[in-house]
Design a protein around this ligand. Sequence first.
Ligand code: GDP
Length: 296
Amino acid sequence: MFDSLADRLGSVFEKLRGRGALTELDVRAAMREVRIALLEADVALPVVKDFVEQATERAIGAEVIRSVTPGQQVVKIVNDCLVELLGSEHEGLNIPATPPAVLMMVGLQGSGKTTSTAKLAKFLTERQGKKVLMASLDVARPAAQEQLRVLGEQTGVATLPIIAGQSPVTIAERARQSAKLQGFDVVLLDTAGRLSVDAALMAEMAQIANATQPHEILLVVDALTGQDAVSTATLFKAEVPLTGVILTRMDGDARGGAALSMRAITGKPIKFAGTGEKLDALEAFDPQRVAGRILG
Ligand code: GDP
């Protein structure tokens, strides 16, 4: 992940660092290369435009060019802009004081939604001492409910007993009621996915969100899908009030476009990153650390 972007930016900065003095033209030339590097990493075009504009504006500030180490200053500015693009600081989950917190997972089929639900349940249980209940609202694929039940067994996290024939909204309400009665802190609702965005999926998702008023609606997207992840996010954002993103397959060789575009496109932070198939492969997303991986 990020390897070729890191290489590209590394060579742009190598040239800058070696220079004593910099002119505005030098800075603009370097920023053009940064632009190309970001586009090649599959970062969404409007995001690249804003990024380069901001970084250029800051970098041609008189103090920077006239400073003793202008090259290093420019590198620092790009680093700061990258951290801001990624969200500045890790943002945790909104867990209200009065339980149960209701967290709804949305995303396309295959994005890693069900796996991320189980990973998040395990994370909240083991790292934060929460009592978690998971429920699958995917009534279109009976195998999906069974998959979550099995994951619950593997992680030792409770799952809502399956009752055939119930609607997603009814299951969600039953989950919340059970959580209240049985003293669960968090309810994780794993909603249905489709292979691509369709009207039925969107309508069902909006209906569940309206009925349950979740504290978090987390969009699960696959980092490997690049620009597709960006268009998926745009469509989901138009339907439900997303509160955050979980980016999966960060262990793969994604170019980084989805990771770098997601916050700007959704206006919401990436809260967690999936880093493998195992159920403990979930990390709190840390913008500083990720920017560090890109800039070395
Ligand atoms: P869903 O259809 O969105 O619920 O997707 P699943 O949760 O069933 O995941 C689809 C596949 O992706 C499974 O084989 C998962 O093990 C795998 N997967 C999920 N998250 C990650 C991740 O962060 N890294 C890797 N390498 N694989 C993942």
